[in-house]
Design a protein around this ligand. Structure first.
Ligand code: ADE
Length: 231
């Protein structure tokens, strides 16, 4: 069983349309669609925007569906000149860029989990390789790096620069991946994040995001389809 999480309906609707033998369940306000996706047992959920909704969804998936993998798909703002609109960001790890207990002397972006301070939560290496292979096969530009997650839509160069200053390996910003990664880590579920770039996380983002959303979603789904077919 694979679990797939997207924040918005538009990021998952094509996958849900392609599922066979569908059954749905609503848990804690989110709809889980279970069935066969390209021959693989899967559950897809549109979790809602932000870390809380994403964390709740990943936990429900972990407890109710016991997936072998959880994959987070969708769009993101770029934090690197190596990725422009339509390009693919693959998470080698994820960080919560807005997690900040620095006033207490901690490093930024992390917290204690099982007695250890965790900042960068690592993706499953096998999945990362499959996503890289899939992006190549689809002829899409891709970069593997850190996905930086926070409860804000980044739309300014100052905020962008701040994220990259604290997390130099960050390649994109979005609002769910780091929460899903943390829940997967706690539950020992291998995970991956694949995001297509919809905007540059700058002053143009409020216009670019709605304009390029569809194109970006289509690219992330192309890559994800290939990976699912290989699982
Ligand atoms: N998702 C897509 N673009 C984003 C941005 N600029 N900030 C946060 N999440 C995003």
């Amino acid at each position: 069983m694979i679990g797939i999480i997207a924040a918005m309906q538009s990021e998952a609707e094509e996958l849900i349309r392609k599922m066979k033998y569908k059954r749905t369940a609503t848990v804690s306000g989110a709809k889980y669609t279970r069935g066969k996706l390209f021959g693989v047992d899967a559950v897809v959920c549109v979790c809602g925007v932000g870390k809380v909704r994403a964390g709740v969804c990943a936990e429900v998936m972990a407890l109710k569906y016991k997936p072998d993998y959880i994959i987070n798909t969708g769009v993101a703002g770029t934090l690197t000149d190596k990725l422009s609109i339509g390009g693919i960001a693959i998470a080698k790890d994820a960080v919560q860029h807005d997690f900040d207990t620095t006033a207490l002397g901690d490093p930024r972006g992390g917290c204690f989990i099982d007695g250890k301070f965790e900042i960068y939560i690592k993706s499953d290496k096998k999945l990362v390789k499959l996503f890289e292979k899939a992006a190549k096969a689809e002829n899409l530009a891709y970069v593997t790096g850190t996905v930086a997650t926070g409860d804000c839509f980044v739309a300014g160069n100052d905020k962008k620069a701040e994220i990259v200053k604290y997390f130099p390996s960050a390649v994109c910003c979005e609002m769910e991946g780091g929460a899903i990664a943390t829940v997967c880590f706690i539950n020992k579920i291998p995970f991956a994040i694949v995001r297509a770039i919809s905007d540059s996380a700058d002053g143009g983002s409020p216009d670019d995001f709605p304009e390029f959303l569809r194109q970006a979603v289509a690219n992330s789904i192309r890559v994800l389809e290939r990976v699912i077919k290989e699982l």
